[in-house]
Design a protein around this ligand. Structure first.
Ligand code: AQP
Length: 327
């Protein structure tokens, strides 16, 4: 029986990159698989400092956002990670199977630890172990991932194999469902990815942005001095990012877009892409605003989700605890 698992951190309102790279395909996966779990990864979010009040609000905002994007709680289990305490318990056991050098070489640690005071927390260092626990706790078989997460999934696979070798065959080795879309880049700096926590306001298009805000952000998107629309991610990352966004939202290929945009200069094309984005995000924004006023409904969805997740997690953790020798 296949099981799909993925997660998103409640570190702010999701952006166009989260939507294109993750949420859009999450909606499709719930139609293709019977058992699908989506975790609001609050344990992960505190690996870098978070303000408690903001975090509390962001968890409910994320629930609203997932629903507004089309995740259906009767098809997918949406839950808050910290409400299923076995995540942290399994992470401890797995951390005892993981070597320091294995974690030290992972790219996300290398990048994120440099932006933190005192080289970053122990939690930031062991983040990929918690991710392995998230996946293995449900004996998941499929994990949708972007290319930035491939090495973390490899760690999960290695950890599952090691556990199976030491304690006996138990975990299925989870497989990646690779995202077909390109990483979406910052509109202000096409050399870095679009990010929830980017302090530059114009860099990130959020799912709650108004049409006016979206137009301003695309008008000011950094491109280059060539006015033609071409697709060349290495040579022309700015305009190529716009083509990638257009392609992901309309389903048109990048070549088709370039062909159809002949005669348009980049400033005209920016407005075209802004319209594509507005068309896609407006219904999501409106639904999200409606849901944000339904706080008790959101809490109920998360409560029910945690119950179901816990029912799946408890027997798995129980077996692990027995195999390890705790029981
Ligand atoms: N720019 C992006 N383009 C495509 N996909 C992206 N994802 C993130 N940024 C882009 C995908 O979104 C999912 C959830 O990500 P996360 O909550 O774990 O956060 P993150 O990957 O660390 O990046 P964020 O959203 O920008 O948050 P912060 O600023 O808090 O780090 C993942 O599947 C990810 O690949």
């Amino acid at each position: 029986e296949p099981r799909v698992f993925s997660g998103i951190q409640p570190t702010g309102i999701p952006h166009l990159g989260n939507y294109i790279g993750a949420l859009q395909s999450w909606v499709q996966l719930q139609e293709q698989y019977n058992t699908v779990l989506y975790s609001i990864a609050d344990l992960h979010s505190i690996t870098v400092p978070q303000d408690p009040g903001t975090l509390r609000a962001s968890i409910l905002d994320m629930a609203a956002c997932l629903l507004a994007c089309g995740i259906n709680p009767s098809k997918s289990c949406i839950f808050q990670q910290s409400q299923v305490t076995e995540h942290a318990e399994l992470a401890w056991i797995l951390s005892c199977l993981t070597s320091m050098p294995r974690l030290r070489h992972l790219p996300q640690w290398k990048v994120k630890s440099q932006t933190q005071r005192n080289e970053g927390s122990v939690g930031l260092f062991t983040y990929p172990v918690l991710q392995a626990a998230d996946i293995l706790l449900y004996r998941s078989t499929h994990v949708p991932v972007g290319d930035d997460q491939v090495q973390h999934l490899e760690l999960t696979q290695d950890t599952a194999r090691l556990f199976n070798r030491i304690y006996g065959d138990f975990f299925p080795i989870p497989r990646a469902i690779m995202s077909t879309s390109k990483k979406i880049r910052s509109l202000r700096d096409p050399s870095s990815k679009m990010s929830k926590s980017d302090p530059q306001k114009l860099a990130t298009v959020r799912l709650t942005d108004t049409p006016e805000e979206i137009v301003v952000k695309f008008k000011k998107a950094v491109t280059d001095f060539t006015s033609e629309v071409t697709y060349d991610p290495e040579g022309r990352p700015g305009v190529s990012n716009l083509v990638a966004i257009d392609s992901a939202l309309t389903g048109r290929g990048t070549e088709e877009i370039v062909q159809q945009s002949r005669g348009m200069d980049t400033s005209q094309y920016k407005l075209t892409v802004a319209q594509v984005v507005i068309h896609k995000l407006s219904p999501i924004r409106e639904e999200m605003q409606r849901l944000q006023r339904e706080q008790s409904y959101l809490r109920e969805v998360l409560y029910q989700g945690a119950q179901r997740a816990q029912e799946m997690a408890a027997p798995v953790y129980d077996s692990v605890a027995r195999m390890v020798g705790f029981r």
